[in-house]
Ligand binder design. Structure first.
Ligand SMILES: Cc1cc2nc3c(=O)[nH]c(=O)nc-3n(C[C@H](O)[C@H](O)[C@H](O)COP(=O)(O)OP(=O)(O)OC[C@H]3O[C@@H](n4cnc5c(N)ncnc54)[C@H](O)[C@@H]3O)c2cc1C
Length: 423
């Protein structure tokens, strides 16, 4: 069987793979996208049932197509997936679904890569790894498997009925953790939520969604933080039409807020005494955005309605004034622990000298140190927006431009070669 050859092979048919295909197609670069599941598979099968986009439809989309319906609505995850499938169809994107890439190996002594897939080997001059910013669920090895509680990662959570009866402890209060905890409390569960440092922008302020504010204030374009900067999670939600995440409000409604989870022993968890500090820091982040928005409105003479009530703060719930530092899981009736502790990337399938000692890609704006290898959709790949729907589209354009530049060098024939051909 002759080996299939392609100029550029894109691994992953999520939003990143679709965006990459659009820009490569426009640039006339022959390419193929391989997706092991369906287009936008993670939106379909690795997220909880009730998830809606965190940004409104007018914002969380590609420039080339709008979502049907209300542009201010928060689109359900299935519709997000359908959007990318329709987008790919509109492009006529060469996406082959149901094909898993098992290994990408840099050729020795010649350019290009040998790509081993579940359906044979493909030779590619270039490879773009677009397998997602959130690939491998991170679960700290803290609570032993035999501790008598069900443990799952947020990526495995679907709905309240899936969990055994009893109270639930959610560890991690970024967008996933806080939305899951809220859903469980609304379903009548007793919920404990371990809250670490976080940013907490207002859902909207003075008539504009925070996505708009982050855009006009240049915050989506913020460059990657310096190495070693502590990653701070962002707690936002599009649920029920979009609401500001307010931990004090959740506490006053009965959720037990806890500080950062620190250790486990004898059936009990320990928490850092940092709950109030984390909430205060979240409030500071919230208020600083209101201040910046007010200053932007004033300096640009915008006619947007005042919203003084946005600065009102709920009283501290008891769990904040008198925080629990230790919790016996059985004593509290906790039957399930949900780890909403984030994800890591996993590029173990790429055999090329392109990673640091912790397996993180060495790259500049997605262009790897390994010639011919590119990454797309990494967290903070070029800016804060890189791992989000609208941001990845712009990063894909940059990668396509870089590929076009390299193809030109590759195709260049020196004078001697040209003379030889003419002779
Ligand atoms: C809970 C949650 C909610 C989010 N909500 C929003 C939101 O509202 N708005 C927003 O802008 N962003 C949101 N994001 C962030 C981001 O948009 C998503 O994570 C998005 O799925 C990333 O798209 P991607 O294409 O980069 O990666 P993925 O969606 O992860 O796509 C990668 C694809 O590669 C495939 N794949 C992986 N390995 C292989 C292989 N070896 N061979 C072949 N195929 C492979 C996978 O099946 C997958 O389809 C959210 C993230 C999470 C976790």
């Amino acid at each position: 069987m002759p080996v299939e050859k392609i100029d550029t092979l894109v691994v992953g048919g999520g939003q990143a793979g679709v965006a990459m295909s659009e820009h490569l197609g426009k640039a006339g670069v022959p390419h193929l996208v391989l997706e092991r599941g369906r287009i936008a598979e993670r939106w379909r099968s690795e997220r909880w049932d009730s998830l809606v986009a965190n940004g409104p439809a007018w914002h969380d989309r590609f420039p080339g197509m709008e979502f049907p319906g209300d542009p201010d609505a928060f689109v359900a995850k299935e519709q997000v997936a359908e959007y990318f499938a329709a987008y790919a169809e509109k492009l006529g994107a060469p996406i082959r679904c149901g094909v898993e890439v098992r290994e990408v190996r840099r050729n020795a002594g010649r350019p290009g890569f040998a790509v081993t897939t579940s359906q044979g080997v493909i030779e590619a001059n270039r490879v773009v790894a677009a397998t997602g910013p959130f690939q491998k669920p991170l679960v700290p090895a803290l609570i032993p498997a035999d501790a008598g509680v069900t443990q799952l990662h947020s990526s495995g959570y679907r709905n309240p009925d899936q969990l055994p009866p009893g109270a639930v402890l959610v560890i991690g209060a970024g967008s996933s953790g806080v939305q899951i905890a809220d859903e469980l409390m609304r379903a009548g569960r007793k919920v404990y939520l371990s809250v670490g440092p976080h940013d907490r922008p207002p859902r909207s302020y003075r008539g504009r969604d925070f996505c708009w504010w982050l855009g006009v204030l240049g915050k989506w374009d913020m460059a990657a933080p310096a190495p070693g900067t502590e990653h701070v999670t962002i707690a936002v939600s599009g649920a029920r039409g979009g609401e500001t995440v307010d931990f004090r409000r959740l506490g006053n409604r009965g959720m037990v807020l806890l500080g950062r989870t620190e250790g486990y022993g004898d059936g009990s968890l320990n928490f850092s005494p940092d709950l109030r500090r984390n909430l205060d820091r979240g409030d500071e982040n919230y208020l600083s955005l209101l201040d910046e928005a007010d200053a932007h409105i004033a300096s640009n003479g915008l006619d947007l309605p005042e919203e003084p009530e946005a600065r009102k703060r709920e009283p501290d719930p008891d769990c904040v004034t008198d925080p629990l530092l230790e919790l016996n899981l059985a004593g509290a009736g906790i039957a399930t622990v949900i780890w909403a502790t984030g994800f890591a990337v996993d590029f173990g399938w790429i055999r090329a000298d392109a990673f640091d000692e912790r397996g993180r890609p060495l790259h500049q704006r997605g262009v790897s140190v390994q010639p011919g290898l590119y990454f797309l959709g990494l967290p903070w790949q070029s800016r804060r927006g890189s791992s989000f729907i609208w941001g990845v589209w712009h990063d894909a354009r940059h990668i396509a431009e870089q590929i076009v530049i390299q193809r030109k060098y590759f195709d260049y024939q020196g004078k001697a070669q040209r003379t030889l051909q003419e002779a």
